[in-house]
Design a protein around this ligand. Structure first.
Ligand SMILES: [Mn+2]
Length: 321
C-alpha cells in the first residue's frame, strides 16, 4: 500500500495583504500530477485544510475542485482529511455525504455514545488496496477543542482528554483489525519535542503546554501522519511518526527549508520507506502563470526577515528592510 501524506494547506491564507491563492493553485496542480505519476492508494491531509474557521469561497472551491479532479483522474484513490486547529470541525464535515461518493472521508469532531463511550466506529476508516481488499485501517484523529474532550465523564484535564481519545481509538482499531492489516493514524496534534515555527502555527494552548508524548502511538501503529507543525520532521527520531510540514511557507520563518509531501510505502503491516517529494518553486502551470510564480517565489525567497513588507507599487513584490 502506498500513501501520500500532506498537511497544513491553510487555503485562503492572506499574509500581510498578499493572497496565497495562486501558490495554492500551483501546489494543487503539482499534487495532482504527482498522484497521477505514483498512483498511491491513499492521500492523507492531516488538518489545517483552511486558514480560518470561515474561509473565503475561493478557498473552498480550491479544495472541492481538487477532490473532484483527483477522483476523476484516479477513481480508486481514497482521500482522508481531518480538521486542524485552524479549521471548523463542523464545516469540514458538512459535505461529508457528498464526498463519500468520491471516496473521500472528512472528519472534524468526535461523537460520544449514550453510555459515555467514544464513537470509535466513525473514526475508523477502511483503506482498500488496488484489488479492493482492506489492506489497512485509518485512525482519524481531528484536532479537538476543550469542550469536546472534557466534562462530567471525561474529567477537566484537556491534555488528558485528547490523550484518552487517542488511546481509546487505538484500542478499538486493534480490536477490529484482521491479521496483516496495517494501522495508520492521522492526527493534528503537537507532539513533544517538535520543532516549532516562530509565528504561524498558533499555540493550541498558551505556551504549547499541550504537547503529547510519542509513546501514545505504540508499535501497533505502522505510520502516524501528523499535521500542525509546519516544518517537516520525524518525532522522537522515529521513521514512522512524521510531520509532512506545510506545502508552502506560511510565514517568513518558514522560507528557509524545502517544503514537501511524504510518499509512504507499506507492505502488509511493515513500513518499507518514507520518501520526501520536494515541492518545486515553479509548477506545471501554463507559461504566464509560471512566470508570475517565478517572480513571486524569487521575491519571496530573497526576503529573509520578518521586517519585510508588501511593496505597494507592485502587486506581487516585497520590500525588504
Ligand atoms: Mn497549521
Amino acid at each position: 500500500m502506498r500513501l501520500f501524506h500532506t498537511s497544513d494547506w491553510h487555503l485562503g491564507q492572506n499574509l500581510h495583504g498578499q493572497e496565497r491563492d495562486f501558490e495554492h493553485a500551483c501546489f494543487l496542480e503539482w499534487l495532482l500530477g504527482q498522484l497521477k505519476l505514483a498512483q498511491p492508494d491513499v492521500l492523507l491531509i492531516a488538518g489545517d485544510i483552511f486558514d480560518t474557521v470561515n474561509p473565503p469561497v475561493k478557498a473552498q472551491e480550491r479544495l472541492y475542485d481538487f477532490i473532484v479532479n483527483a477522483h476523476e483522474q484516479q477513481p480508486l484513490l481514497t482521500i482522508v482529511m481531518i480538521a486542524g486547529n485552524h479549521d471548523s470541525g463542523s464545516r469540514i464535515e458538512l459535505p461529508a455525504p457528498l464526498m463519500r461518493r468520491l471516496r473521500t472521508h472528512a472528519l472534524g469532531r468526535v461523537l460520544w455514545l449514550d453510555d459515555g463511550q467514544l464513537d470509535a466506529e466513525r473514526l475508523l476508516l477502511p483503506l482498500p488496496n488496488a484489488q479492493g481488499e482492506i489492506a489497512a485501517w485509518c485512525l482519524a484523529l481531528p484536532f479537538l477543542r476543550p469542550a469536546e474532550v472534557t466534562g462530567a465523564h471525561l474529567g477537566d484535564n484537556y491534555l488528558r482528554g485528547i490523550g484518552q481519545v487517542h488511546e481509546w481509538l487505538i484500542a478499538a482499531a486493534n480490536a477490529k483489525r484482521q491479521p496483516g492489516q496495517a494501522l495508520i493514524a492521522i492526527s493534528h496534534a503537537h507532539m513533544a519535542g517538535g520543532s516549532v515555527s516562530e509565528d504561524s502555527e498558533r499555540s493550541l494552548i498558551i505556551g504549547n503546554a499541550e504537547a503529547l508524548p510519542a509513546s501514545l502511538f505504540g508499535p501497533s501503529i505502522s505510520y502516524v501522519a501528523l499535521g500542525h507543525l509546519h516544518k517537516p520532521q520525524k518525532v522522537n527520531g522515529e521513521e514512522r511518526i512524521r510531520y509532512s510540514g506545510s506545502p508552502i511557507p506560511l510565514s517568513f520563518s518558514e522560507i528557509k527549508y524545502e517544503h514537501q509531501i511524504l510518499d509512504v510505502l507499506l507492505e502488509g503491516e511493515t513500513l518499507i520507506s518514507v520518501e520526501p517529494k520536494l515541492i518545486p518553486g515553479r509548477s506545471t502551470c501554463n507559461a504566464s502563470a509560471r512566470r508570475r510564480w517565478r517572480t513571486f517565489s524569487c521575491n519571496w525567497r530573497t526576503c529573509q526577515t520578518s521586517t519585510c513588507s508588501p511593496n505597494p507599487s507592485a502587486s506581487r513584490g516585497w520590500r525588504c528592510a
